[in-house]
Design a protein. Sequence first.
Length: 391
Amino acid sequence: MATSTPCAGWSAFCGRVAELDAGAQPAGVPVDARPGRLAAIRDDLARHDLDALLVTALPNIRYLTGFSGTSALLVVTAKECVLLTDFRYATQVDEEVGSAASVRIEATSLWGGLWPALGAMAGVERIGFESAHVVHRDFARLLEQGSRWHWRPIVDLVERRREVKDAGEITCIERAVAMAETALASALAQFRPGLTETAAAGVLERALRDAGSEAFPFPTIVASGPRSALPHARAAGRGLERGDFVLVDFGAVSDGYCSDITRTVVLGRASAEQRDVYDIVREANARASGAVRVGMQGMAADAVAREYIAARGFGEAFGHSLGHGIGLEVHEGPRLARTIETPLAAGMVVTIEPGIYRPGWGGVRIEDDVLITESGRRVLTRFSRDLLELA
């Protein structure tokens, strides 16, 4: 059933940030989480016959040490954990990292400081590097300045560990979801004919900041009318018009952890055709959210929504995958897609985001964040999935 006002039934969402803050974790990675994470990586090093791992991806460095700066290299060995950063972060790194790693503040070049740091580590010869995150210029440094060591490419070693969230991480994601929902309730109340997509995105982003979001995990998407058929449209100068679908895809960030939510509303009264398409997407969302569980392959989860949409004649209009993991990055493992055989595990947080997109007409996507639990799943997103009609 459509709802004629954007505020009806939403008061339950608006107090969730304060509710979660009452039991909030301290900013950054909880101290007691890092030793276990480093121990797991050291087990991985032994299995790969490596003496050390060079970590260059900033989300991975934050996961292992708590450091949230934008300039860092991390070396993990069986006994040591050494973090290199620069003068800008001298105070911040001390506050965030503490005893989780030995810190070296480099006055000139992090890469220049890497070689003596490695040279001081006894028994280090075979070093893994994150091949997906090392640009060619830095790879050349490994081969030239770092030629005394044997370098081996490693893919997703830390990322695979990040897929399963602990209790502290889940709390951060829940808070990010609550912030996003509070912001959306505020922003939708301000949407009106003539407001441009770009301005509408600005309204929502201001509301996200007001709700406590420390950043935006990706550029906010507001796509209206025919442009709502673009799954990843950029907000543009088109003014909202009565009768438009307005697709809003956005997220919040709490202590580095992301939420990712999409809702599609109608500005004014919805047509029968809009209701029909919307109801198909909403049912596909409900079926997939209710089906995901421990041990289910990503391809099987994707099929739940895809087959329902296809059976109602819109199979070609759902061209992207069902979802992806969220955490320190808004797109991370696992993936829920047609080719993914990897099974889901308890502690994973994934998006469920089926959609139907008809060029020249418009599109609908409904996206929720879902925690996989030992007993099934818990949908973290509570925002209404009814077709909202904005007065």
